[in-house]
Design a protein around this ligand. Structure first.
Ligand code: TPP
Ligand code: MG
Length: 341
């Protein structure tokens, strides 16, 4: 495997153990496998919709490693498969959601890729861009109000979502009340067909932190360790009463926006191929091999393991029943009230 500039002498691991570094790669490989599975199942007519996180693997796996399980809360958006996996959801739980089966945490009622898990601290969210952010800062306000120090809310969104009014309102609220809150923006250069330069005149989103009176920084979202360091720093600050931060990871969306989109109608194949050269998966594999943390053959074993786990989870989730039609209004209206009565 080609040598990278991250050989042992310059390798900055930010106190991550070998085991944590291997877990990060496992998460990245699992994301890619489950992404593919969603698109395959859609093309087979088995699920109505799927979204991919390809290009975001490093950013999400690195960020998840900084999240404290059992304490922190995650308010994600629809492209956060790797964050969901990294804070403890299993491929089976993910697939129950994609297949909309009754055993899903949302009872098969949520839109695909809108995972939630009370046990994991993953808030349920809406497809309406930025609508989860007032909820996220509300949760952070509750943590502060109750004096639950050592806990924080990690919220994410895409670059395009930062144009929403609720994004600004949430940032401002978090700043005024010095909430234990981290706003992590996953800047992949596109908001469906809208490029970044048609979304904002200042392309460095983190710089808006100054206007809110917050610390902010940008990091390389193709590098999971750089991501981990940035998210850990911001979460540590939030845990210790230092208030909110705005951090921005740069990455790219390699696939179309979703299974309903054809990205070749608004961007060129050459642009996508150029960004694919920065693919975080082979780059991180090379880092682990160069630094003696994994070998080419242990990576191959891991790939097979991830494929097997994905196949087993797919079969198990697909075999589960859909929700009963009679349950349509359960959890929608209070008590036994039904809208036609
Ligand atoms: C309020 C609102 N406006 C428009 C949409 C339609 N929409 C869904 S995803 C999306 C693009 C969001 O882009 P970005 O925030 O950059 O996230 P990405 O998908 O690139 O990860 C749009 C416009 C929506 N869901 N909600
Ligand atoms: Mg985007």
């Amino acid at each position: 495997m080609a040598k990278t500039q991250t050989q042992a002498s310059t390798f900055e691991r930010h106190a991550l153990t070998d085991e944590q570094l291997r877990q990060i790669l496992r998460n990245m490989l699992l994301q890619r496998q489950l992404d593919n599975r969603g698109f395959q199942l859609n093309r087979q007519g088995k699920v109505p919709f799927a979204l991919g996180s390809e290009g975001h693997e490093a950013l999400q796996a690195g960020a998840a490693m900084a999240f404290t399980r059992g304490k922190d809360l995650l308010a994600p958006y629809y492209r956060d498969l790797g964050l969901a996996l990294g804070i403890g959801l299993t491929p089976y739980e993910i697939l129950l959601s994609i297949f909309a089966r009754a055993a899903d945490h949302n009872g098969g009622r949520q839109f695909p890729n809108h995972y939630s898990s009370k046990a994991a601290g993953l808030l349920s969210f809406s497809s309406i861009l930025a609508a989860h952010l007032p909820h996220a800062v509300g949760a952070a306000f509750a943590l502060k109000y109750r004096g639950e120090s050592g806990r924080a809310v990690l919220a994410t969104c895409g670059d395009g979502t930062t144009s929403e009014g609720e994004w600004h309102e949430s940032m401002n609220f978090a700043a005024i009340h010095k909430l234990p809150f981290v706003m992590l923006v996953e800047n992949n250069e596109w908001a469906i067909s809208t490029p970044l330069d048609k979304q904002m005149a200042q392309p460095e989103i983190w710089k808006r932190a100054v206007g809110y009176g917050l610390p902010g920084r940008r990091f390389n979202g193709f590098d999971p360790i750089d991501t981990y360091a940035a998210v850990k720093e911001a979460l540590d600050r939030a845990h210790s009463g230092g208030g909110p931060s705005l951090i921005e990871g740069t990455c790219y969306r390699f696939l179309a926006h979703s299974t309903d989109d054809n990205d070749m109608t608004y961007r060129t194949r050459d642009e996508v191929l150029a960004r694919r050269k920065l693919d975080p998966v082979p780059r991180f594999e090379a880092v682990l091999v160069d630094n003696g943390i994994m070998t080419a053959s242990s990576i191959e074993t891991l790939r097979k393991d991830v494929l097997r786990e994905t196949n087993e989870a797919t079969d198990a989730a697909e075999a589960m029943p859909y929700p009963e039609p009679g349950e349509l209004y359960t959890h929608v209206y209070e008590g036994a009230w039904q809208p036609w009565q």
